[in-house]
Each structure stands twice: as structure tokens, then as C-alpha cells.
Design a protein around this ligand. Structure first.
Ligand SMILES: [Zn+2]
Length: 123
């Protein structure tokens, strides 16, 4: 997680963590989804911030980082008792399988690049 990029009136950078892949923390984000979660949290006096973040939002899982974020969310949700151990185990297992598949694909792409370079060099 990266630090929120918001600069406060006194010139200091906000010290909170940016939410998800965004540039700002939950207080400074202008992402409609985050703002919706924030609005709900205010209505429920802060209770639903964790619920909102722990709930699943469909998203692409194409890179190792995508899957790391999923696993991180799942771990947090499991630690807070927001999801069952069975679901946490399933996410962990599928996530690890997905990471291996992504890494294999990356290796295959790198291998193709290397083969192309070797071919060009041997001309
Ligand atoms: Zn902030």
C-alpha cells in the first residue's frame, strides 16, 4: 500500500495509506465507490467502513499485484471475522493457483522474447 498523496493545508502530506490501487486514503479519495462506502460509514457511524472494504467488488485479476491485493483483502476480512475460514481457504488456494498461472505466462512471454533475441543475434 502506498501513502495518500493528499497535501494538507500546512503543506504536509497526509500520512494515511491510499485505498486499493488509488492515490488517496479513504478520507481524501474522490473515487465514487470509495465515497459511497464513506457516506455509508458516516450514516452508520463508522461501522460499515470495514464491511464495505471487505465486501467483494468484481475486478480484474490479471497481475500478481492484483492477486496480492485480493489475498490481502481476504486476510484482513478473515482476521476481522468478516468471512468464513472456508471462504478464506478457498480464496487463498485459488489465489495461489492464479499467481502461479500468471507467473508461468510471464515466463512463457520472457522465453519468447529471449528466443526472438537469440534468433536475431544468430543472423
Ligand atoms: Zn489522505
Amino acid at each position: 500500500m502506498s501513502q495518500c498523496e493528499y497535501i494538507k493545508e500546512d503543506g504536509d502530506q497526509c500520512g494515511a495509506y491510499a485505498v486499493g490501487r488509488g492515490r488517496f486514503c479513504i478520507s481524501h479519495s474522490n473515487d465514487p465507490k470509495i465515497m459511497d462506502i464513506k457516506a455509508k460509514a458516516v450514516r452508520n457511524r463508522g461501522k460499515s467502513v470495514i464491511d464495505g472494504l471487505a465486501s467483494w467488488e468484481e475486478r480484474p485479476l490479471e497481475t500478481v499485484q492484483d492477486v496480492q491485493e485480493l489475498l490481502s483483502d481476504a486476510l484482513n476480512a478473515a482476521m476481522l471475522g468478516k468471512i468464513s475460514n472456508g471462504r478464506a481457504n478457498a480464496i487463498s488456494s485459488l489465489g495461489n493457483t492464479l499467481i502461479k498461472a500468471i507467473e508461468l505466462n510471464q515466463l512463457a512471454e520472457e522465453m519468447k522474447d529471449l528466443q526472438r533475441i537469440v534468433k536475431e543475434m544468430s543472423r
